[in-house]
Design a protein around this ligand. Structure first.
Ligand code: ADP
Length: 356
């Protein structure tokens, strides 16, 4: 089944395992993606379970159960979905919640699937209601209902056609499992959560990526990148690529700890791995709202950022690293955040934090 081609469709981002394969394609992120489960660093418990589900499905010659992966951005959801396809020996088609807006597009994708194939829907929490409802019977009975002859189901002159879809696997990813409706979540047989990576795991990811990029990285330099990458592989890979630039221009290609230190300083990534936006976010809570609690919408307005961006991209790591806590009343900067900025929390309300 691997290697088949599909007609191009607006709602499809990518097809077939071969599209992620090339050695040095334009898209370096794809080049750095582990291809097999054994190359995927960390997430041991999830990997062990997936390996069993894959083997069992292959033994039964069945499609893998529908699989939901949830985690903050950059932790490996897309990578794992591609690995599932590779391990199962099937094709993967990739789309995402925000671009899969029309039932016709969904029908177009579903009708090109073959038995066992994987349909990967990224940002599944952003699917619109009509598509989500249409997916329920598809996921459950592999039946897609098409309404014809009337704009609405049940309208005069309308009819319902049933389309049988080959048994495929819906692999979906979300950064916000809490935003998924119950009925959709319940239809996934496998639910996997990816955690932020330990620094030692991040070190292995950095060394692995450095190998693919043919960079000679000293161990201390790799440790430094690993420690300042928000425990997130995508961030580590991004820093590594920039370090490659600095090394090539400033240090004859040699990646030493002091070169990495200099590169991180130039990128404005501090000792805790916080970037300028992280700092702006935390300092805004501390300086404008006395450390909180402050609502996300208020913060979003202050920072002129989308609240979704803040909740998806910035908050998870800041919470994990202990700089931020989320309460029912709003966001609060923790003591660790105050210590990081060398500021003292004033006991009285509305008092400005004082510089030590
Ligand atoms: P997500 O879909 O969760 O946003 P991706 O799967 O796109 O994240 O991963 C982002 C990048 O990080 C990819 O280039 C991939 O190579 C790398 N990556 C993610 N997880 C791992 C891992 N466990 N081991 C090695 N590299 C990883």
């Amino acid at each position: 089944m691997a290697g088949k081609k599909f007609s191009s469709q607006a709602a499809v981002l990518e097809t077939g395992p071969e599209s992620t394969g090339g050695r040095f394609p334009e898209n370096l992120e794809n080049a750095l993606r582990p291809q097999r489960l054994e190359d995927f660093v960390g997430q041991a418990a999830l990997k062990d379970n997936l390996a069993i589900y894959i083997e069992a499905a292959k033994k039964r010659k069945e499609a893998l159960d529908h699989c939901l992966l949830y985690a903050p951005p950059g932790l490996g959801k897309t990578t794992l979905a591609h690995i599932l396809a590779r391990e199962m020996g099937v094709n993967i088609r990739v789309t995402s919640g925000p671009i899969l807006t029309k039932l016709g597009d969904l029908a177009g994708i579903l009708t090109t699937l073959e038995e066992g194939d994987i349909l990967f829907i990224d940002e599944v929490h952003r699917l619109n209601h009509a598509i989500e409802e249409a997916l329920y019977p598809v996921m459950e009975d592999f039946t897609f209902y098409i309404h014809t002859g009337g704009a609405q189901a049940g309208a005069i002159g309308s009819a319902q056609l049933k389309l049988s879809i080959p048994k495929f696997t819906l692999a979906a990813a979300t950064t916000r499992a809490g935003l998924l409706t119950g009925p959709l979540r319940d239809r996934f047989g496998i639910i996997g959560h990816l955690n932020f990576y330990e620094v030692a795991e991040m070190g292995r990811i950095v060394m692995r990526s450095a190998g693919i990029l043919q960079m000679a990285v000293e161990e201390g330099a790799a440790r430094l990148i690993a420690a300042r990458s928000r425990q997130t592989p995508r961030v580590a890979n991004r820093i590594l690529r920039r370090v490659r630039d600095y090394a090539s221009v400033l240090n004859e290609g040699r990646v030493t700890p002091s070169l990495v230190d200099e590169a991180l300083r130039r990128m404005e990534i501090d000792e805790a791995g916080l970037d300028p936006m992280d700092r702006r976010f935390l300092l805004s809570i501390i300086q404008s709202y006395d450390g909180g609690p402050v609502g996300i919408e208020t913060l979003a307005a202050t920072l002129q950022e989308e609240s979704d961006t803040i909740a998806d991209i910035y908050e998870p790591y800041l919470i994990q690293a202990g700089f931020l806590s989320r309460t029912s009343k709003g966001r609060i900067a923790t003591d660790r955040a105050y210590e990081h900025f060398k500021l003292i929390r004033k006991p009285g309300k509305k008092a400005e934090p004082t510089l030590i």
